[in-house]
Design a protein around this ligand. Sequence first.
Ligand SMILES: N#Cc1ccccc1-c1cc(NCCCN2CCCCC2)c2ccccc2n1
Length: 196
Amino acid sequence: MAATGSKSVLFVCLGNICRSPIAEAVFRKMATDAGVVDKWRIDSAATSTYEIGNPPDHRGQACMKKHDVPMRHVARQWVIDSGATSDWNIGSSPDARGLACLRMNGIETSHRARQVTKDDFMSFEYILCMDESNMSDLTRKANSVKNHKAKIELLGSYDPQKQLIIKDPYYGSDEDFEKVYVQCVRCCTAFLEANS
Ligand SMILES: N#Cc1ccccc1-c1cc(NCCCN2CCCCC2)c2ccccc2n1
């Protein structure tokens, strides 16, 4: 049973290695600093299969390090993996309660890109994406899920400076990742405020 007043947000972009892991890390830090992170299930995912299983982009990791924002990526010397005997949850993230337990014990987990699943539309209250093509991909997928619960919105719709679109920095520079970071800080601040 989820804690009372529990909330959930899934950040989504095209590949889940650039924009959505930054938004997830920024929001998680804000919720932690506000003392409410235990009330939130926070995750990120991709609309595409381009980068499934890959860690966040190194330029995004460098940006997070520069701004002292912990990112759920830990470079691993050993390849240690785990698997399931069933196909029940293929593609889903580890259970939020398990992640919270790991984090409470200072055991960092690493984020690996994953694609949005049908279950996400049933289990997340908010699905916040970055641009119009993410929006149309998500809306199309959501329409195939009966009475889905998620509110699908542009993260940029929370921006006090009204910059609606957070542009894909994949072919861009460090400055483009910095712009993604700055927009995510403004939008996540307003989104957390609107849900406090
Ligand atoms: N597509 C596009 C696109 C258009 C404009 C600006 C950026 C991108 C762009 C391209 C990427 N990977 C290169 C193409 C991947 N292959 C495309 C054909 C199928 C097999 C895979 C990205 C990867 C991760 C995150 C964001 C990305 N964004």
